[in-house]
Design a protein around this ligand. Structure first.
Ligand SMILES: C=CC1=C(C)c2cc3[nH]c(cc4nc(cc5[nH]c(cc1n2)c(C)c5CCC(=O)O)C(CCC(=O)O)=C4C)c(C)c3C=C
Ligand SMILES: [Fe+2]
Ligand SMILES: [Fe+2]
Length: 364
């Protein structure tokens, strides 16, 4: 067997786009059940980018403890947010890829858009293989994480690099590492908050809750914390919020270590106990609604705020398929595609390709 087995590639007449965009998100279990959660968490939490403690110790804790207890607990949480078509993260990511395909087409770009998940399916490697089989020679990898972190963005890059290691003919690759301060993205977030205020009224404070990371990663040089703060500041500026009308907090703490602070739920409880009756909460670090927003925030954090004396908790959905969010993503992709051949080939070129293919024995 060859060391670098290659899937057959399509050449010549009628071939598809040369360039692809691969929209990557985290991944999600196949079903809201304990066995599906065990498979998903085993892959996710074994990633050394996600849990940075010595391998042998961590594998013993993961398999000896966490994978025995957490799958059933998490499955019950997933069951509470599951849609008829599947996990919200999967449903939104598929829809985003379709919309992005349409928007890039409208911008006159001849590009193939696919989506992939870092954990679970469709796997990044499988999607890259499929794109190569279609004749794609250049891939823009677009992780759906506005803020760069080692645990998310770099882990996608690792996975693409692992795939490249076993490929003979590696396509040209580009990565979008971040878009936390992209003006179009910030404007889309601001628009979604204003629309929420129009629909449901405006709270006294806007809480911007980001997924947490161990605090240690900040001291080790991970830019995630700074990028979250910058997104928060730019969003507050775009909304004309004054100091004291907004705050950034961090959710989804995992394990015993100290994570980035302030923590979201205790912050909400403190606000309620301090007399704040109505808050709005947005999760600007998530491109799509998922367990962490729909269950942890819109269910658990809401309940904690109300139990502490709050009266109104307004959850602002993630950008999901928001037209302004999708336009910002398309514009971002277009900028990163600059210089790649995304124009439709000239009709003469197509005619020549067809002639050559026919001469080589291809069927019309
Ligand atoms: C948006 C950025 C994310 C960062 C940063 C991040 C870091 C991070 N996460 C864990 C552990 C878990 N995260 C879980 C779910 C989850 N995490 C993100 C995003 C980020 N994670 C998303 C989008 C989701 C939801 C997926 C879905 O299916 O809806 C989970 C699984 C759920 C559970 O059992 O609680 C875990 C575990 C760590 C340890 C970490 C940083 C080091
Ligand atoms: Fe997470
Ligand atoms: Fe969580």
């Amino acid at each position: 067997m060859a060391f670098f087995p290659e899937p057959p590639r399509r050449h010549g007449a009628g071939s598809g786009p040369d360039v692809a965009v691969l929209l990557c998100n985290l991944g999600t279990p196949d079903a809201p059940t304990a066995p599906a959660l065990r498979r998903y968490l085993a892959q996710f939490l074994a990633d050394p980018r996600v849990v940075e403690i010595p391998r042998l110790v961590w594998m013993a804790i993961l398999h000896g403890l966490i994978l025995r207890v957490r799958p059933a607990k998490s499955a019950a949480k997933y069951a509470s947010i599951w849609k008829p078509e599947g996990s919200p993260l999967k449903v939104w990511t598929e829809k985003q890829a379709k919309l992005l395909q349409g928007l890039l087409g409208e911008r006159g770009l001849r590009v193939r858009v696919a989506h992939a998940m870092r954990y679970g399916t469709p796997a990044i490697a499988a999607q890259l293989d499929a794109l190569k089989r279609e004749g794609v020679q250049r891939v823009l990898v677009l992780p759906a994480y506005p803020q760069y972190s080692g645990a998310t963005t770099a882990s996608v890059i690792d996975d693409v690099a692992r795939w490249a290691l076993r490929s003979r003919h590696v396509p040209e690759l580009r990565f979008v590492n971040r878009y936390h301060d992209d003006p179009g993205h910030i404007a889309a977030l601001a628009q979604s908050v204003r629309e929420h205020w129009q629909r449901e009224g405006r709270g006294e404070k806007l809480v911007m809750s980001f997924h947490g990371m161990p605090e240690r990663t900040l001291h080790l040089g991970d830019p995630y914390h700074c990028e979250c703060l910058k997104t928060g500041r730019l969003l507050a500026e775009a909304l004309g919020l004054k100091d004291g009308e907004w705050l950034v907090s961090f959710q989804s703490r995992f394990g015993k270590a100290k994570w980035l602070q302030p923590y979201t739920e205790p912050s909400l409880v403190k606000l309620a106990k301090g007399g704040v009756k109505a808050v709005d909460l947005i999760c600007p670090g998530f491109a799509a609604d998922c367990l962490e927003t729909l269950e942890e925030i819109d269910q658990e954090a809401r309940a904690a705020f109300l139990a502490a004396g709050g009266q109104r908790f307004g959850y602002v959905p993630c950008l999901n398929d928001h037209p302004a969010g999708m336009r910002a993503l398309a514009a971002l992709a277009e900028r990163h595609l600059q210089g790649w051949p995304t124009a439709a080939p000239h009709p003469d070129t197509l005619a020549l390709q067809r002639q050559r293919a026919l001469a080589a024995g291809a069927k019309e």
